[in-house]
Design a protein around this ligand. Structure first.
Ligand code: S3P
Length: 169
């Protein structure tokens, strides 16, 4: 078995579910944002501010390509990863893609007090989140091998569903 990539909108639970899934399957957890923060030596918000989104997206693609060489990892992907075909190709080459979904209402509850996500600044309303989410849904759906809803469910339940879908012990 190769890598499992968790994709989806900001606040859909990729990191929390990924950690639980990694524990339950005895695999290593990786987080693309954390890798980028480490390699760039600054938080995501500062990368956006000082170097711009285009620069961030380039580093993100380099990171996704580097992960093809990894084996049996659970990879939590930044919410924009599935928007670029190159990144989707890299995920396909590295393993299986699982889309996590949540309603805009759920997302809003989860990100309300968050100031680490530059793309949510000025957008923390159901309408603002819905608008950005709608523009991304086609890319997420197109990339996904499996789709799992996270609304009103614990990370344990979600991780178990992913394991069932993929026939993992
Ligand atoms: C982004 C999502 C963030 C982070 C960056 C851009 C996006 O990751 O990569 O702020 O474009 O949706 P999370 O989905 O982990 O919040």
């Amino acid at each position: 078995m190769n890598n499992i990539y968790l994709i989806g909108f900001m606040g859909c639970g990729k990191s929390a579910v990924g950690r639980t899934l990694a524990r339950k399957t005895y695999r290593r957890f990786m987080d693309t944002d954390a890798i980028i923060v480490e390699s760039e030596g600054m938080p995501i918000s500062q990368i956006f501010e000082e170097k711009g989104e285009a620069y961030f997206r380039q580093v993100e693609t380099t990171t996704m390509k580097s992960l093809i060489a990894e084996k049996k990892r659970i990879v939590s992907c930044g919410g924009g990863v599935a928007l670029r075909q190159e990144n989707v190709d890299a995920m396909r080459a590295g393993g299986t893609i699982v889309l996590l979904t949540a309603t805009p209402e759920t997302i809003l509850k989860r990100v309300e007090n968050d100031d680490k996500r530059p793309l949510l600044q000025g957008r923390k309303t159901v309408e603002g989140i819905t608008e950005l989410m709608n523009s991304r849904v086609p890319f997420y759906s197109e990339a996904a091998d499996y789709t799992v809803s996270t609304d009103d469910r614990s990370t344990e339940e979600i991780a178990k569903e992913i394991m069932n879908l993929m026939s993992l012990d």
